[in-house]
Write a protein that binds this ligand. Sequence first.
Ligand code: SF4
Length: 408
Amino acid sequence: MTSPTRTTNTESQSANRTADRAQVMPTAEGWEQQRTSEGRPLLQFASPRAKQPPQHLADLSLEERQAKLKELGLPAFRAKQLSTHYFQHWTTDPEAMSDLPKAGREELASAVFPPLLTEVRRLRTDDGNTIKVLWRLFDGALVESVLMRYPGRITLCVSSQAGCGMNCPFCATGQAGLTRNMSAAEIVDQVVAANRLIVAGELGTPEHDQERVTNIVFMGMGEPLANYKRVMNAVHRFVDPVPMGLGMSARNITVSTVGLVPAIRKLADEDLPVTFALSLHAPDDELRDELIPVNNRWKVDEALDAAYDYYAKTGRRVSIEYALIKDMNDHAWRAALLAKKLNERGRGWVHVNPIPLNPTPGSIWTSSERPVQQEFIETLRAAGVPTTLRDTRGKEIDGACGQLAAAE
Ligand code: SF4
């Protein structure tokens, strides 16, 4: 048993550590956040009117594909053959489609598989286990995906929008605002392209010869729930059985948001047991209003209520993402407040993932010190909240997820 004296000492040390700590407030470094006339950071929920990419097979359900082929004057069963090439063999090359009549094969392939992603740059970590690809879309917009090998799983971090309208002061993606929503097929094609890279032996040492992307996280560019319809369409393509879709498990797909409450509630009603992650990063509105501007629309408690209701409806445990930023959001009292808010709503429904940022000397967006990280984690655990310090793989190639990436 801990003696009262020791407890008091530990408490006062902890209190001192906290009392001595500064409060750094968020501000954009090296760029100006767009503001409204009332001085609030500007939020863009709707995509500007922009030309959409050509329709692709992956935009359509199997029935829609069959209808499209009929429109092209072809039998509906060709839809299944084309789907098998794309969703099972990850190919759009007419040469490989020997089950289709040679005459007109090329025209057909280019009608249903217009090229959506053009590789601009590929960066790989030294061990080859992480690859970041920068893609150019049909209209010149740039997005990226990050492919990561872990023991027993391969995760792809995908983008869902070109740019982002959420204007978070730490995020490079948000700086230029939202260019446009990505189409479902542009999202799906990132996964198909990643599968091709894996098959080509580009991602480290294979564990077996049937490897493919097993997990998807929507933590690349964009706020996925601001592009709700297309993101859901893409999720259906991920989980629909082969050859309708990629045949992945919904639980291995993580949809993450900064807290678009009505969309979280809609997601809970979808009957798709995806994993849901809330990028919270602060438990108090005073800080979160500045750190995550969408908090001006939906407050911490509203976002946590919606997250809890997601758990209640789906039975899927929710993840809370929390980037630990030195002297900004890493105070022990914030860990205690977060634990209190989570526990008030129930036990066993949530898991917290603190994520240390990269050390960035001279920037306010820098990593918390080790003992502070530890204190934060211990405070949550002591309150009974399951907490795991997250792997921040990919940072050495600046491939950390957009939701978390500090401006550098
Ligand atoms: S952190 Fe996420 S939500 Fe915020 S601006 Fe960046 S991409 Fe958008």
